[in-house]
Design a protein. Structure first.
Length: 365
């Protein structure tokens, strides 16, 4: 079972500020955190004028996070590459620099990557892929290359889930986008053999149109060799988190099976004992940040029953990420809100322990 050892604020609440979409990577004894912060605006589901910020903490001192200088070179992508979400490819639209939505940080080998997105409702929606360089001495991140994914086919609605290395050496990009004019998205997997300079479709993980579902965000976990597991969000009620397996390094995927979990936005993390998941838990009367686990010898997920419930709109919390700390401990970062609806970033240290004692239940912050 998973138990919560401790929880604490990572980025404190500030009324009128919308902190969201935290992602994590581990680099040796340092954790890096990417967060998207915006201004609260009732007309924009996740606030307006978002910007990406990065932070660091030691694995031995997770309650103290320090901001990292992030030099983002916006000129690496030409402004006329932005496309309208209404017109799929309207290159006369020009984005404002302050409309970042996603902040997905990934570490593959020695390389750091960032998946970001420029999004403004009914104006533009475009996903970007960046290579980052981390100066350990100056504690500074530099965006050294930045590519638009506007030319990817099928067209991306967004990327989601960490970049991962394929068994064949490819860089794998989980994403979702439309396969027809229905407007319904499907989970897609793209690959690159030139470190992100170009991307091709590797597989349609599942086709929403043919299965009468509404699938989008998913997270992949490597099971060894050419074996992969995906946990996939379904926007249709009752919000089943579906799982699918690939035995050929992601080129094809099996039938969807019900994980038993109900939620959105899953992220997966491996431990010595199995796989842990964090997701927006919609199984109860109020939404929360849910945790689940699956032992190596089992195919079914078990809810950890330690959801961190939050107030306000459904979308004002629930996205999170997990990173392994070793010795079956994990660190989670996620966002939650109260009635003020100004979300903040919270952290939790968890332990996977079959002999766990009394659990610290989440209360309202």
């Amino acid at each position: 079972m998973l138990k919560v050892l401790k929880r604490f604020p990572v980025i404190a609440k500030k009324s009128g500020v919308y902190h969201s979409f935290p992602t994590l990577v581990r680099r040796g004894e340092t954790l890096l955190l990417a967060v998207r912060s915006a201004m609260v605006d009732e007309s924009e589901a996740h606030g307006r004028e978002g910007m990406i910020s990065l932070y660091r903490a030691s694995v031995t001192d997770l309650e103290h996070w320090q901001p990292i200088r992030f030099d983002s070179n916006r000129d690496l992508c030409t402004k006329d590459s932005f496309r309208s979400s209404k017109e799929n490819m309207n290159r006369t639209k020009v984005s404002d620099d302050r409309w970042d939505l996603d902040a997905i940080l990934s570490s593959v080998g020695e390389q750091l990557y960032l998946q970001s997105r420029k999004y403004k409702h009914d104006s533009y929606n475009e996903t970007f892929f960046s290579q980052l360089s981390f100066d350990e001495t100056a504690q500074q991140l530099l965006e050294v290359e930045r590519h638009s994914l506007a030319s990817a086919q099928p067209a991306l609605s967004a990327s989601y889930g960490h970049l991962v290395p394929g068994d064949d050496g490819a860089l794998l990009l989980p994403a979702y986008g439309g396969l027809s004019e229905s407007g319904i998205t499907s989970p897609l997997l793209f690959h690159s053999y030139d470190d992100g300079a170009s991307w091709q479709l590797r597989a349609v993980v599942a086709n929403s149109d043919s299965q009468a579902r509404y699938l989008n965000e998913y997270s992949m976990h490597h099971l060894g060799g050419k074996q992969w597991l995906a946990l996939i969000r379904d926007n249709h009620q009752p919000s089943i988190l579906w799982q699918s397996h690939s035995g050929d390094d992601g080129f094809s995927w099996g039938e969807l099976t019900d994980s038993g979990l109900r939620g959105h936005a899953p992220m997966l993390c491996g431990t010595d004992s199995g796989i842990a998941a964090i997701y927006r838990d919609v199984s109860g009367p109020t939404p929360g940040v849910g945790f689940a686990y699956k032992e190596k010898s089992h195919d079914q997920w078990e809810s950890a029953d330690v959801s961190r419930h939050y107030e306000g709109a459904l979308y004002n919390g629930g996205y999170g990420d997990l990173v392994a700390l070793g010795e079956n401990r994990l660190f989670a970062a996620y966002y939650v809100a109260d009635a003020d609806e100004s979300p903040w970033i919270e952290g939790a240290i968890l332990a996977w322990d079959d002999q766990a004692g009394p659990r610290m239940e989440f209360g309202k912050a």
